[in-house]
Design a protein around this ligand. Structure first.
Ligand SMILES: Cc1cc2nc3c(=O)[nH]c(=O)nc-3n(C[C@H](O)[C@H](O)[C@H](O)COP(=O)(O)OP(=O)(O)OC[C@H]3O[C@@H](n4cnc5c(N)ncnc54)[C@H](O)[C@@H]3O)c2cc1C
Length: 412
């Protein structure tokens, strides 16, 4: 990318071409009147967004969270119409199973939140749970809930669809170019410097995933989140794992599963999740191996005893792949997006706490509305960036709170 090809001015510059940046860009272009530029350092959607298990889980304790996910489902439908081909959405529902008191109250909170948002999510008996997912061992004392509208999707396809629709509607999307600094004038952001030149803009949205706090640091601004390891495994193909089964959420085993072609994908949240100082991140995190457990063996050994009780097939099915990457978590496990405190025109999209694919539509819509100076049509107050007060996102104690949020997460 040469400097000549980069616009010198824009109405909104978005830093980061992952799923959030591309969703914000598309939602902005839906208005048809703004000049939007997305700057991506690597290739589009090559970082966290292409590594997600991409469960689109509607059942959340907070109905306002569910509404962010509902907007993603609406966006998927709209994008299919715009692009002339429906996006492949794997909609087989999700089944949650627990036998603990804590799990039961968590499940009830999810059902209540879903109900408030108008989403179908109901308790089912153990026999029905076994019928829905025959490979799952469900004891008679288990409490189970089935949410038929939950789905999963190829996250790269969805991110690319946001990007293609945005570009078709006039957005400039540049990859292989890094944002190296932010400029300010009169207390407000006034543009960005990049490796291919500068762009003047009154609004800058930082959607740089695990690197967001590095981009914002020069202005003394921060988003209350930290990069935390997320990981999953994929079994060898096995006839016991058909393609069209519900996803399964097992809060007692800190595990989620979903079909992956003819195999099973399962993610385990360790008791002590690992967060990284953003300053130690490589610019390209694809293929990153964590020093404490490079191939995931230790995490798998920690999680297997609890998981085997639900998934006896693990005794004799092999593991084909292990995949890890960074999710950005906040201390309360809710996303953090919207205006940055103290710098007019600066906004963040992040802190998705393992749900950035699921809420990409809601975050994109809300930030587009904020960037245009409109009142957001979704309730976003619980997700404000300043809700924890002043935080140092590089502080190990703060990062430990973010890591704990992942370990304590029980939803999809
Ligand atoms: C193993 C795993 C499983 C997951 N499972 C799920 C799931 O089931 N459901 C779900 O909803 N979510 C899931 N997630 C979370 C989801 O992947 C993230 O929430 C989402 O991808 C975040 O998108 P993003 O755009 O913020 O980040 P990213 O995709 O990381 O995009 C940020 C982009 O910013 C770019 N960038 C950084 N610095 C600069 C700079 N200075 N200049 C220009 N560009 C820059 C980066 O190169 C990157 O492409 C999972 C994540 C992982 C790792």
């Amino acid at each position: 990318m040469t400097e000549r090809l980069l616009p010198r001015t824009a109405d909104v510059v978005i830093v980061g071409g992952g799923i959030l940046g591309l969703s914000v860009a598309w939602h902005l272009t839906r208005t048809g009147t703004v000049r939007v530029v997305v700057i991506e350092r690597q290739s589009l959607a090559s970082q966290a967004s292409s590594r997600a298990a991409a469960l689109l889980t509607l059942g959340r304790a907070d109905a306002r969270f569910t509404r962010l996910v509902q907007r993603t489902f609406a966006a998927i439908e709209e994008l299919g119409t715009i692009l002339g081909e429906p996006l492949p959405l794997h909609r087989y529902g999700s089944l949650s199973v627990t036998t603990t008191a804590e799990g039961r109250s968590g499940l009830q909170a999810l059902i209540d939140g879903a109900t408030r948002a108008g989403v179908s999510c109901e308790t089912v008996g153990a026999a029905d749970a076994r019928r829905l997912v025959p490979w799952l061992a469900v004891t008679e004392d288990a409490t189970c809930a089935f949410c038929p509208d939950d789905a999963f999707i190829d996250p790269y396809l969805l991110a690319s669809a946001y990007g293609t629709a945005a570009r078709t509607a006039g957005a400039t999307i540049v990859s292989g170019t890094a944002v190296t600094g932010l400029s300010v004038a009169s207390g407000g952001v006034s543009g960005v410097s990049t490796t291919a030149g500068t762009i003047a803009a009154p609004v800058v949205v930082i959607a740089a995933g695990a690197w967001s706090n590095l981009v914002a640091a020069s202005l003394g601004a921060s988003v209350p989140m930290a990069p935390v390891r997320s990981q999953y495994w994929i079994t060898l193909p096995d006839a016991r794992f058909p393609r069209q089964h519900p996803s399964v959420l097992l809060p007692d085993a800190r595990t989620y599963t979903r079909p992956e072609l003819d195999a099973l994908l399962f993610g385990i949240r360790e008791a002590n999740s690992v967060s990284l100082d953003p300053r130690q991140l490589p610019d390209d995190a694809s293929g990153y191996a964590f020093a404490d457990d490079p191939d995931g063996t230790a995490s798998l050994e920690e999680g297997l005893p609890a998981l085997r009780r639900h998934l006896p097939a693990l005794d004799d099915v092999g593991i084909r792949a292990y995949l890890t990457g960074f999710s950005t978590y906040t201390p309360d496990g809710l996303p953090a997006f919207g205006a940055a405190a103290g710098v007019r025109g600066l906004m963040f999209a992040g802190g998705c706490s393992g749900a950035g694919i699921a809420i990409s539509g809601g975050v994109g819509l809300a930030l587009a509305e904020l960037a245009l100076g409109r009142v957001p049509s979704l309730a976003i107050d619980p997700f404000r960036c300043d809700r924890f007060g002043a935080v140092d996102p590089f502080d190990p104690a703060f990062r430990a709170r973010c890591a704990a949020a992942r370990s304590n997460k029980r939803s999809g």
